[in-house]
Ligand binder design. Structure first.
Ligand code: SGN
Ligand code: CA
Length: 513
């Protein structure tokens, strides 16, 4: 038999490996579709754009029917890593779960296939990352200002600066200087922004000053015509914000009686004196004006809700401004280095979020704003630029997509489906694509959202609340804001039966016990 010189063999392997696409997974925390201009219908588009994230839409595809399997941080991330629903991967909720890092994940499969793997930024799965050649993560939720990062030796290091900038710095440093350039790679660059408590970078403290951002139509939802559970959770703009933590007051600023109750402004406490001075210069006078108006009786109860909404949404979008700028820095580097050509770039976030819809902030409910997840993908030569896909996709699909992209077999126990057939079909779902999505939320104590699970297809959504035995049926074509459950309406009897059948079918398919 002819012997192949080992140098030649090594270079053949290197060439084959080089053809495997790199994967840059740009991820954030709680970024709602309503705050991405590439998603039509961003109500803020007149005042606020995400030009860098939008680049991925122009050069790649936007998935308009992209959803999570469990609308909360740790669970969504566990679904992404494993390609399996929460009841299978074991990370059920944020309060009691710990990710079992011994189970197979897509980074592990790729690592075994010769990829170099890294995760930088927010992790939030309690146990340490496994399957990564390099990692540097925020402890738990992490901080916006002067954040700590856990190092691979377990130690914690504090870095001065703004978290979003620092995560991008570390991402670029890994891409430029730290990785093994002979290997294809997968890099998960995962931001804290725009998670609560929405503290901007100093350069954005004044963005949107002097303007009122549009309010959602349902800011003053009365929760009629739906389960009584909608009145019980604690995530209302009116009642549940802390003046310090969420509304940017703090001990050293004068406040009305009782206003600094509850959680203090923890980010302010982390700042250096110079950072505090910049913060006070921006927020001090605005806080004072609010207090003066309040004291003078110029604000009624609804005006106070409106003021809180403005404070909230402006800070939320300010944190996204820094996020978008930093996504731009990474995309620029991929272009300049020539990596872009053979790199899959994704932008996504662990779930959606309420930006005042139904009077809420936060997530957890299967209602559209928090069930939906952004998903934009650029993959030169495979994903056609400018595609807007209506295929029903879910976060359990990412792992099998990455495995197939790397030329690997998809193990039978993975529950998601590779998106490659959708990419090859210019964004249209192939004939055998899924007809519905399964969703589960545990009902953990934080924010007291009721436990529920359910199914959704292109038009209808069925939710089941086990604590009360209630069914809720929504018709997004007739009622896109989900203000009315039609479960008891005789005109919807056949639809209800069909959706219940889909619910049973998907629960059986996904082995829900
Ligand atoms: C914290 C937040 C909640 C948020 C959870 C989960 N409160 O508890 O508002 O729902 O995280 O968020 S805070 O007062 O600590 O900011 S998640 O993104 O990790 O799922
Ligand atoms: Ca989150």
């Amino acid at each position: 038999m002819m012997r192949i010189p080992s140098l030649l063999l090594a270079s053949v392997i290197a060439v084959c490996a080089a053809q495997k696409p790199n994967i840059v997974f740009l991820f954030s925390d709680d970024h709602a579709l309503q705050a991405i201009t590439a998603y039509q219908g961003s109500r803020y588009a007149e005042h606020f754009q995400t030009p860098n994230i939008d680049r991925l839409a122009k050069e790649g595809a936007v998935f308009e029917r992209s959803y999570c399997a469990n609308s909360i941080c740790g669970p969504s991330r566990a679904c992404i890593l494993t390609g399996k629903h929460s009841h299978i991967n074991g990370f059920i909720d944020n309060n009691s779960s710990r990710f079992n890092g011994a189970q197979p994940t897509f980074p592990k499969y790729l690592q075994q296939a010769g990829y170099e793997t890294a995760v930088i930024g927010k992790w939030h799965l309690v146990s340490e990352p496994t399957g990564f050649d390099h990692w540097e993560i925020l402890p738990g939720q992490g901080s916006y200002w002067n954040p700590d990062f856990i190092q691979m030796d377990g130690s914690k290091k504090r870095f001065e600066g703004y978290c979003t900038d620092l995560i991008a710095d570390k991402t670029l440093d890994w891409l430029k200087n730290r990785r093994d350039k002979n290997k294809p790679f997968v890099l998960m660059s995962q931001h804290k922004a725009p998670h609560r408590n929405w503290v901007p970078a100093a350069r954005h403290f004044d963005l949107f000053e002097g303007i009122d951002l549009p309010e959602p139509e349902t800011l003053f939802d009365d929760y009629a015509n739906r389960s009584g559970a909608l009145k019980k959770q604690k995530m209302s703009i009116e009642k549940d914000f802390f003046w310090g933590w969420d509304m940017m007051f703090h001990e050293k600023t004068p406040a009305a009686a009782g206003m600094n109750d509850g959680l203090p402004n923890g980010e302010y406490r982390r700042m250096t004196d110079a950072q505090k001075a910049a913060f006070d210069k921006a927020y001090g006078p605005r806080n004072q004006k609010f207090l003066d108006d309040l004291a003078a009786g110029r604000l009624d109860a609804k005006d106070v809700v409106r003021w809180k909404y403005q404070r909230y949404i402006k800070n939320y979008l300010r944190t996204i401004k820094a996020l978008d700028e930093n996504i731009g820095r990474v995309l620029d580097y991929l272009d300049e280095s020539g990596l872009a050509e053979n790199t899959i770039v994704i932008y996504s976030s662990d779930q959606g979020f309420y930006l005042g819809e139904h009077g809420w902030y936060d997530k957890r409910w299967m209602f559209e704003e928090s069930f939906a997840m952004p998903f934009l993908i650029r993959w030169p030569g495979v994903v056609k630029p400018g595609v807007r896909s209506q295929a029903l996709i879910q976060n359990i699909d990412y792992a099998p997509t990455f495995l197939e992209a790397a030329g690997l077999e998809i193990p039978d126990d993975i529950q998601g489906r590779s998106l490659l057939p959708v990419f090859r079909n210019d964004g249209s779902a192939p004939a055998d694509w899924r007809k519905g999505l399964y969703y589960f939320y545990s009902g953990e104590a934080t924010h007291r959202v009721a436990a529920h699970d359910g199914v959704a297809n292109h038009r209808y959504k069925l939710m089941h609340l086990p604590d009360t035995g209630e069914w809720q049926l929504f018709d997004r074509e007739k009622d896109p804001r989900e203000m009315h459950s039609f479960h008891g309406d005789p005109a919807y009897a056949a639809t209800l039966a069909e959706m219940k059948a889909l619910y049973q079918e998907l629960r059986a398919q996904y082995k829900v016990r």
